[in-house]
Structures are given as C-alpha cells and as structure tokens.
Design a protein around this ligand. Structure first.
Ligand code: GDP
Ligand code: MN
Length: 391
C-alpha cells in the first residue's frame, strides 16, 4: 500500500524527521484558510499516488492566500497520470538551497535493506540510476545493528553535503530507517531532502515523502491500514483486491490473466517481446494479473470483468498452468464471465497441467467465435498480439 505524501510526512514527523507544518485540503476555500493561517508564501501540492507531480504541474508556489486559492482551483480536479486530484497539501513554502535524494528499499538479492543517497535530488531517481548510477551512493543496512554513523557519513560525504549538516543528516537517515523498519515499509523515500534557509538558520528538511507498506503487514497495524485512500487508487485495483486478485494496471492493449506471479511476469515479457518483433508499436500487456493458486470460476469471472472494464484492452490472453488450480474450473469461469459481460474482444486461451484437456473441451464445446486456443505460450502470445491488431 502506498501512502500519500502528507501521510508519509506525518510518519516522518513522529520519528523526528523535520517536515513542513502543512495541512491537507479538499477545496480551494480550505486552501485559502490554511494559507492565511500559515501566513507567507505556501506551496500547494497535489496528493496523488504517483511521482513526477512537479513536472505535471501539480506542485505550485503561491505568494498570497488569494494566489493559493487560484492555484488550488487549478490543481484540484486535474489529472496526473490518469489519477484525479481530490486533495492537496498546503505547506509553508521553503527557501531551498540544495536538494538531495534519500531513500530506503529492500535489496532482495543482498537480503538487507539498502539506503541510497544522491546529490541529484528532486529529480526522478530511476532516471539518475539509468543515466549515471555512480551518482547514487549506497549502503546496506544490517537490520539488527541499524544504520551505523559511519555509513551515514559515507552517504553525506558522497553527496557532497556541506559538513555542517552531517550530524543532522545522520539523525535523519537513522530515523528514516527506524520508520522503515517500524512500519514494515518496502520503500521510504525523501525526495527532496532539502537544505532550507529559515529564520532559525540553515538546516535539512524533508519536503517530499513517499512510503510504501508491505500489504502482508497491514493486519498488525490497523492505524496504517486505515490510511488507505480508496478514492486515490485506480478503481480496478480496489475491485481486484476485494476479489483477492493481484492486479496492476499497465498501458498496453493485451489483457493478461495468469495464475502465479512468475508465470505472469513471463507472460508479460513474451507478449511485449512478440509485439516488438512484429513491429506493433505500443502493443504489450495491459495489466499484471495473478489470479493466484486454486482460483475458482467466480474469481476468474471477477478478473475478466476487471480486465474488460479497461477500454484499451483489445485482446485477452489466458495463460493458466494447472497445479492446484484446475483448468476446467478456469474454463468455466471464462464462460461464466462471458455470460455476464457482453464483449467481442478476442481471447486466446492456453491451458496446461491439471485438467487441461477437460478445460479445452469445455471451451471448444461452447463454440464462442471470439475464443481461440493455443498449445504453447509463444503461440498464444502471438495469436493475442495479432488479434489485438485485428489480424
Ligand atoms: P514530485 O514532483 O511529485 O516528486 O513532488 P515534490 O514534492 O518533490 O516537488 C517537486 C519539486 O518542487 C521539488 O523538487 C522542489 O524543487 C519544488 N518544491 C517542493 N516544495 C517546495 C517549496 O516549499 N518551495 C519551493 N521553492 N519549491 C518547492
Ligand atoms: Mn519528489
């Protein structure tokens, strides 16, 4: 589960990481009131669960309460990467001298948390990693020892942070790790961690925050689970979670329904690869969808409704490896969903493993003109990619 910036900064504050004293608003009048109360210039920030808000026009500085109202009127209701802005954070504007990046993720290969810092703050860190990975300073954290002082100093010196900020930087980095650990985060990120000038002097402050929490840990933290903002996530993802499916929306045209995360990844890769080989620009998987092990017909039907609710989907590829999941159950689910949802979207079904033969018989006997079967994944992916382009 991803937390909003204001929620993440709220948790940072509890761990003594300095954050601006901002407030959340849902209307331009509220923004005006908050700006008046804060006094001085403010920054109005779209609260959507995606990065790059600044570039998209979702972060704007306003000098007066009237300006803040006008800016909020533009930001509230705007769309950033398909997500509608329902809330804004109003922070006192900071006087920024320098921006750095600081973030913690789990490094699965090293089996340890990894903390990263970069002098290229405020920017898209994935881009920094692609273009100049050497500009990211990395330290693995021993989960039992926590982040050691010398490691924090390595990060500070590696990012050319002026020495006067090293002590505060060390505290912030160590507290960020405590926060990461306490809430079973998979990501805790401050971008930018800024050197700001205030009446009290020059110091570090977290101007942006992003925390992702491991969904499997939410049961033990009801106060965090409660922070889930249903309005802010794609409706399909909410419905999928309620149906017990793992679903992530992507931007291709081929709906994929697969059982097992590894098989789903493979299916997506092959689909993308074949689309590229055939020269079909923009074609590829429209989603990641894992229906899980042992999925029954009603779950398959729920998954199909979710896939079909996306108008970009021009074909559906079913790739099912029957183990505990029985292919005949899946076949029945497909037909059940077809009975409920009217669609002419072509479908390619590849079934292997438990009851595959029975499953294919069920599909063949139903004689639905829009369904094709395939014997291998490569064949299935090629059929799906072509079908999406009307071939
Ligand atoms: P993101 O684009 O979604 O990562 O949103 P951020 O919160 O990181 O804001 C993007 C950029 O806006 C930052 O890198 C800063 O350069 C700028 N920004 C954010 N807050 C302030 C502020 O209080 N004052 C000023 N002057 N700029 C800010
Ligand atoms: Mn940012």
């Amino acid at each position: 589960m991803n937390l909003h910036e204001y929620q993440s900064k709220g948790l940072f504050g509890q761990f003594n990481i300095p954050v601006p004293k901002g407030k959340v608003a849902t209307s331009d009048q509220e923004v005006y009131d908050i700006a008046r109360e804060l006094g001085g210039a403010v920054v109005v920030k779209a609260q959507v669960l995606t990065g790059g808000r600044g570039k998209a026009g979702g972060v704007k500085v306003a000098k007066t309460p009237d300006d803040a109202r006008a800016v909020a009127d533009k930001i509230l209701g705007m769309q950033i990467k398909d997500l509608v802005v329902h809330k804004v954070l109003v922070d006192p504007a900071a006087d920024i001298k320098k921006e750095i990046y600081l973030g913690i993720v789990n490094d699965r290969v090293a089996r340890k948390p990894l903390i990263m810092a970069s002098a290229e703050g405020g920017m898209d860190i994935e881009e920094v990693n692609r273009v100049s990975p050497e500009k990211i300073i990395r330290e693995h954290i021993d989960p039992f020892l926590g982040l050691r002082d010398y490691q924090a100093r390595n990060l500070a010196s590696g990012t050319q942070l002026p020495r006067e900020h090293w002590k505060q930087f060390t505290e912030i980095a160590q507290n960020l790790f405590k926060c990461f650990q306490r809430y079973d985060a998979t990501l805790a990120e401050i971008n930018p961690l800024a050197i700001v000038s205030t009446s009290g002097g020059v110091s570090l402050m977290a101007l942006d925050g992003k925390i992702s929490i491991d969904d499997s840990a939410l049961f033990k933290m009801p106060e965090i689970a409660e922070m889930r903002d249903l309005q802010a996530e794609p409706a399909e993802e909410t419905r999928a979670r309620e149906a017990g499916l793992t679903y992530i929306k992507l931007d291709g045209d081929i709906g994929c329904m697969v059982n097992g995360a590894g098989l789903a990844m493979t299916t997506m890769d092959i689909t993308k690869d074949i689309a590229a080989k055939l020269g079909f620009e923009g074609s590829g998987p429209a989603n990641f969808l894992d229906i899980g092990g042992g999925a029954r017909a009603d779950k398959v039907a729920a998954a199909m409704r979710i896939i079909l609710s996306e108008p970009k989907v021009k074909a559906i590829l079913f790739n099912i490896f029957g183990g505990i999941t029985r292919c005949d159950e899946v076949a029945r689910g497909i037909l059940q969903a077809l009975g409920e949802v009217q669609t002419s979207v072509p479908m390619v079904v590849r079934l292997a493993g438990t009851n595959a033969k029975e499953g294919l018989e069920i599909i063949d006997n139903a004689k639905v003109p829009s369904i094709m079967s395939a014997a291998t994944l490569t064949e299935a992916a090629e059929k799906a990619v072509r079908a999406a382009r009307g071939q």
